[in-house]
Design a protein. Sequence first.
Length: 133
Amino acid sequence: MDTRVYLRALVVWFGIIAGETLHGVFRGLILVPLMGDLTARQIGVVIGSLIILAVSYLTVIWIGAAARLQLITVGIVWVTLTVSFEVLLGRVLLGLDWNRILSDYDIGRGGFMPFGLLFMAASPLIAFWLRSR
């Protein structure tokens, strides 16, 4: 893949993370008091997925990936960066323990993050498909 595609995908990922961070603040301030932490996090995965799809839709042509493998690679890079960011943010900045961080990824405990990450990986491909219709 062209280096320019990777750099543009990284720029877009920073936009996604900025949007997701604002969304997380909103969730913590508004949704958690209304419906509790777990439910708010579950709803947050759905809302976050829509944010990711919107950003993907708006930027997929600019990124420059057009082949299916390129689009999936962009999504996998985004997932890798996002998981790294989540762990860094949770452990270093928020001081969360591993149990709390991993609970978001444990479907058996109500964590929906694996679904959100799968959707994130597919978002560039879905966005490209939607744009080309």
